[in-house]
Unconditional design. Structure first.
Lengths: 190, 200
């Protein structure tokens, strides 16, 4: 009886040792996981947010050449004339500005609705910048009607719509006379 | 009688020797067990040390990269708000994320004159350039100071381990008809980006 009791005590002591080792290993693993997960998120978020904002503000200011009616193009600002025209005529088949990207394209009859033209120009700009830097993005111009909105321009290279880690440029609201409010947003993710 | 005593003594001695041998065997077993435990313990300690030093090495490298990234970010912000580049109009507030092309065109002569002193104190070893994307592709090198060394053969070779590029999208303002000369149509605002590459 005494002998059995001795064996049981020894087994208990060994069990405690084993438990301590398991607890120590688990703590080590948790410590490592914490380091792995917290991979400099602050700097990344700051850079992404800044980049999204600067990209959006630059797009809005940029002026594009619109060939319609001759070799001399009309200069339209994306954030002013182009969005204005797109917001006013997005539901129609034609718009006030029917632009071609070059004189050759104009001659070939490749004039586009202002919304389509804006989409192509924004796509080109984003592809040559964010696309080259391997960043996923989603650009949206939403015509706000009541509580919901209608997406009038969307440029999406995939992957950003459902991404968990994404930052937005913030809303770039533009009020269009005789039409309503248009909100422009750029989402950026790695 | 004498023989009987001898036999008893012999049997007793044999028993004692057997007992001693058994105890010795048990002691040997325990010794082996202790050696085994110590061996495993030292192996674990060695693994722990290797892991720790490896982790320290990686963490040092990460820290170094982080410092370079911070320097790149700082340099980018300085470059973005550099009065020599920023769009401004007399007393009005300067425009955000905007680079004036006329300033950019004129900066070359200033840079070549003060690149080694004034601008080196600001940007250190780095390369700053502006790429235009719209209306056409074009680029300007604003500042270029690569970290180099002279090797045994007497040639100048790069002397840096990391290069951290930071990008910022900007508008390019043209009031001197630079776009007109390049593309044939006038517009005031183009689209491009500023790149700051920091060497370490």
């Amino acid at each position: 009886m005494k002998f059995k009791f001795k064996i049981s005590k020894k087994a208990q002591a060994e069990m405690i040792g084993l438990v301590i080792i398991v607890v120590l290993i688990s703590l080590g693993m948790l410590f490592m996981a914490q380091f792995a997960i917290n991979d400099k998120p602050e700097k990344k978020i700051f850079t992404r947010k800044g980049l999204a904002y600067s990209t959006m503000s630059s797009i809005m200011k940029t002026e594009v050449a619109c060939y319609q009616g001759g070799p001399d193009p009309e200069t339209l600002s994306i954030g002013k004339e182009l969005i204005d025209d797109c917001a006013k005529n997005w539901h129609g088949a034609t718009s006030e500005f029917s632009c071609a990207e070059s004189y050759a394209a104009y001659n070939a009859g490749e004039e586009k609705h202002s919304c389509e033209f804006m989409q192509d120009v924004v796509l080109l700009m984003l592809n040559e910048t964010l696309g080259v830097w391997n960043k996923d993005y989603q650009f949206r111009t939403v015509f706000v009607t009541g509580e919901t909105g209608d997406v009038v321009v969307e440029v999406d290279n995939g992957g950003c719509a459902t991404a968990k880690e994404r930052d937005s440029s913030g809303l770039f609201p533009i009020y269009v006379k005789d039409a309503g409010l248009v909100e422009n947003t750029l989402y950026l993710c790695d | 009688m004498k023989t009987c005593i001898i036999i008893i003594v012999l049997l007793y001695t044999k028993l004692k020797i057997k007992k001693m041998l058994l105890r010795k065997k048990k002691g040997q077993m325990q010794m082996m067990e202790t050696i085994g435990v110590l061996f495993i313990f030292f192996i674990l300690v060695v693994f722990g040390m290797i892991f720790y030093f490896k982790y320290q090495q990686i963490s040092f490298q990460e820290k170094q990269e982080e410092l370079v990234a911070t320097r790149a970010m700082d340099s980018t912000l300085i470059a973005l708000f550099l009065p020599e580049l920023q769009c401004s109009r007399s007393g009005a507030e300067a425009e955000d994320n905007c680079i004036d092309i006329s300033k950019l065109e004129g900066l070359n002569s200033v840079m070549s004159k003060y690149s080694n002193e004034y601008y080196f104190n600001i940007f250190s070893y780095s390369r700053i350039y502006v790429e235009m994307v719209y209306p056409t592709n074009y680029n300007w090198v604003v500042y270029d100071h690569e970290k180099t060394k002279i090797n045994d053969a007497g040639d100048e070779v790069p002397d840096w381990e990391f290069k951290e590029p930071t990008f910022f999208v900007v508008t390019l303002r043209d009031e001197m008809n630079f776009f007109g000369d390049l593309t044939g149509h006038d517009s005031t605002y183009g689209f491009g980006y500023l790149v700051v590459e920091v060497y370490s």
